[in-house]
Design a protein around this ligand. Structure first.
Ligand SMILES: C[S@@+](CC[C@H](N)C(=O)[O-])C[C@H]1O[C@@H](n2cnc3c(N)ncnc32)[C@H](O)[C@@H]1O
Length: 250
């Protein structure tokens, strides 16, 4: 962390509970997220769940009650790890279990976690965790999507990336964020850059016209058409809330 960073509190603190602490910061230590981490704009704490084990093999899992394949992460070990994580002075925001059974992660959740100043993410492995942990704590199950990962760590990494890029100072230009897909309620319009002609395809003329009003209208029309065709669910919400038309409002 830089000297400048040591003087100010981070805008967001993520705690990750995992049996693979070396997976972090991983990609979050690179590029803009990594720069923000190094500058203290956000903080990352990893907690090794194996530190709460009681046997010499440091085992966190056991066979499923009722039989069946795979192993299940034990409630007693996870309980101690969660108590420790939540008692720490850096513990802010919700306690979240990475889970394919959870509510799908979205932009609104990313914004909410940032607003709360932090999040504690519990990464499962094996077949998952003992249900009693979920019944005991105020814990939200959140999914990265309708597929099965081998562990919660890649999901936690993706979700944290979505949050930290919203922290003021992490991304270069704040306006970029306002125009992005999901923020405006629409998928984003298409982008072009030089060369002006590539493989006989020209950049749409309106974009090189210098006419800002016409460019904004074109982008809004493109964003609306893409959303209508690709995401009927988003399109119906957008139609109900026309005030979100931020592409045109700019
Ligand atoms: C192999 S998965 C367990 C899958 C579980 N047996 C099931 O069928 O729902 C191991 C861990 O990866 C994480 N995981 C897998 N898929 C995920 C997803 N789509 N979103 C978030 N976490 C996921 C969870 O923490 C889960 O406990």
């Amino acid at each position: 962390m830089t000297e400048q960073a040591q003087n100010k509190a981070p805008a967001f603190t993520a705690q990750v509970m995992t049996i693979y602490p070396d997976m972090f910061p991983g990609v979050l230590g690179q590029s803009l997220a990594g720069k923000g981490l190094n500058e203290g704009l956000w903080a990352l704490k990893t907690l090794d769940i194996r530190d709460f084990t009681r046997d010499k093999h440091r085992s966190v899992d056991d066979t499923p009650a009722g039989g069946g394949p795979g192993m299940v992460m034990r409630a007693d070990i996870l309980g101690d790890a969660i108590d420790h994580a939540r008692a720490g002075d850096g513990s802010k925001g919700p306690l979240v279990y990475m889970s394919p059974r959870g509510r799908p992660f979205d932009q609104e959740m990313a914004e909410d976690w940032l607003e709360q100043g932090g999040v504690t993410l519990l990464c499962g492995r094996f077949e998952g965790i003992d249900q009693r942990v979920l019944d005991t704590y105020d814990i939200t199950e959140v999914s990265l999507g309708d597929f099965i990962l081998s562990g919660g760590e890649p999901a936690a990494t993706a979700m944290l990336d979505a949050v930290v890029r919203l922290i003021p100072g992490v991304m270069g230009k704040r306006e970029t964020l306002a125009e992005e897909s999901f923020t405006s309620g629409l998928l984003e319009y298409p982008h072009y850059t030089r060369p002006t002609v590539w493989r006989d395809q020209e950049i749409p003329q309106v974009l090189t016209s210098g006419h800002h009003g016409k460019i904004a209208d074109w982008r809004l029309a493109q964003a609306e058409e893409t959303t209508r065709l690709r995401r009927p669910d988003m399109w119906s919400s957008y139609e109900r809330e026309p005030k979100k038309k931020s592409v045109k409002d700019k």
